[in-house]
Write a protein that binds this ligand. Structure first.
Ligand code: NAP
Ligand code: F7E
Length: 352
């Protein structure tokens, strides 16, 4: 019998990589999808098959982390062996604009899902294993290197909500004996990264500048340091946590940090461009409270899960730049052929 996995946030960056990974392992994958006025399944369209055609191993269910009844219904319908809670309002800067919504989805959404899971298991739902997407943002102002033993000092409504979700997960493990793991993942990126996160914002701009589609890139704090890895490597760690004998919490990181400035310089250099000619500072991208320095210590994950990142930082930048150069070339070709094109989500990226 194939194992059944339920993924919230299946349409996000990690959801797409995790779905590919689990389908490759022979899982039957179910994803929770929120209703949107435009299609929001771009990242999984290539692996989705029409359910009318037999042999499809990927099923989507409407639901939302703000809707406890729908969460219960999805859990009862799917009857999963593993649940991956990846759904979130995941943008740190945006969480200062919509703090209540962020708390509702990230903190209370997790509680709603855990409550549904607790009842499902209590009423004969079997031994379900649960993964919670915790974040290095929870460490916030705590000095690096950060490990599982580092105390949290969150610096944004997003991070505070993730701390609450993290502790709900720990509490449900201890109180009800549920198999629950928190993956404390440091920043992970890819060509599928949302375009308002800094790496993708930069690599998209590099492509468009190279193709003559834009000239300037406006950024905020260039001094912040992050431990950036590849999302495809990180979803494997999520799965590995749920295959252990006992549930536990793990830091997933590369152990290496770079400043935003360094990342910008490398990305522009990859396309033969001088970043100083194109990048300008815009205070609107600064955050009321910043997280200055994140560098993870992934020793526990290496020793217990046998997990190590495969893609280096230089390879990650080069892969993302190559992808976005391609995208910009397509955009230029369309423009030259007379089609109207515009930078996607211009209004949204203006704020983040
Ligand atoms: P992402 O690309 O922003 O994807 C977030 C997903 O959550 C999307 O599928 C989104 O749906 C869904 N979602 C948003 N609001 C929802 C709601 N109210 N109900 C149900 N689903 C909702 O994020 P990601 O980078 O894949 O990250 C996955 C998870 O890991 C998130 O919880 C994030 O906070 C956490 N995390 C990420 C990183 C990182 O560096 N990427 C590091 C640590 C932790 P739509 O597609 O419809 O918007
Ligand atoms: O910012 C600086 C910004 O938005 C990284 C989420 O996946 O990882 C992510 O959160 C750094 C910050 O990611 C711009 O101030 C400068 O210091 O790419 P980011 P994040 O805030 O670290 C964690 C682990 C998560 O859990 C989150 O879900 O870059 N920065 N200039 C900028 N950042 C953005 N977005 N835009 C700028 O113009």
């Amino acid at each position: 019998m194939a194992k059944r996995a339920l993924i919230t946030g299946i349409t996000g960056q990690d959801g797409a990589y995790l779905t590919e990974f689990l389908l490759g392992k022979g899982y039957e994958v179910h994803g929770m999808l929120r209703r949107a006025s435009l299609f929001n399944t771009d990242r999984i369209d290539h692996i989705y098959h029409d359910p009318h055609v037999s042999g499809s191993n990927l099923t989507l269910h409407y639901g939302d982390l703000s809707d406890g009844t729908a969460l219960r219904r999805v859990i009862e319908t799917v009857d999963p062996d593993e649940v991956y809670n990846l759904g979130a309002q995941s943008h740190v800067k945006v969480s200062f604009d919509v703090p209540e919504y962020t708390a509702d989805v990230v903190a209370l959404g997790t509680l709603r899902l855990l409550e549904a899971l607790r009842d499902h298991v209590a009423h004969g739902g079997g031994a379900v294993r649960y993964y919670q997407a915790s974040s290095s943002e929870m460490f916030g102002a705590a000095p690096p290197p950060q490990s599982e033993r580092t105390p949290f000092h969150p610096r944004s409504p997003y991070a505070v909500s993730k701390v609450a979700a993290h502790w709900y997960a720990v509490n449900y493990r201890e109180a009800y004996g549920l198999f629950i793991c928190n993956g404390i993942l440091f920043n992970h990126e890819s060509p599928r990264r949302g375009e308002t996160f800094v790496t993708r914002k930069v690599t998209r701009a590099v492509g468009r500048i190279k193709e003559g589609l834009q000239d300037k890139l406006f950024l905020g704090n260039l001094d912040a340091k992050r431990d950036w890895g590849f999302a495809g490597d990180y979803v494997e760690a999520m799965w590995a946590m749920l295959q252990q004998e006992k549930p536990d919490d793990y830091v997933i990181a590369t152990g290496e940090a770079h400043s935003v400035r360094e990342m910008v310089e490398m990305s522009f250099a990859e396309a033969g461009l001088d970043w100083t000619k194109h990048v300008q500072l815009d205070p609107r991208y600064l955050r009321p409270t910043e997280v200055d320095f994140l560098q993870g210590d992934p020793t526990k994950a290496r020793e217990r899960l046998g997990w190590s990142p495969r893609m280096s930082f230089a390879e990650l930048i080069s892969t993302m730049v190559a992808h976005d150069l391609d995208l910009a070339q397509q955009e230029r070709t369309l423009k030259q052929a007379g089609f109207k094109t515009s930078a996607r989500g211009a209004a949204a990226s203006d704020k983040s």
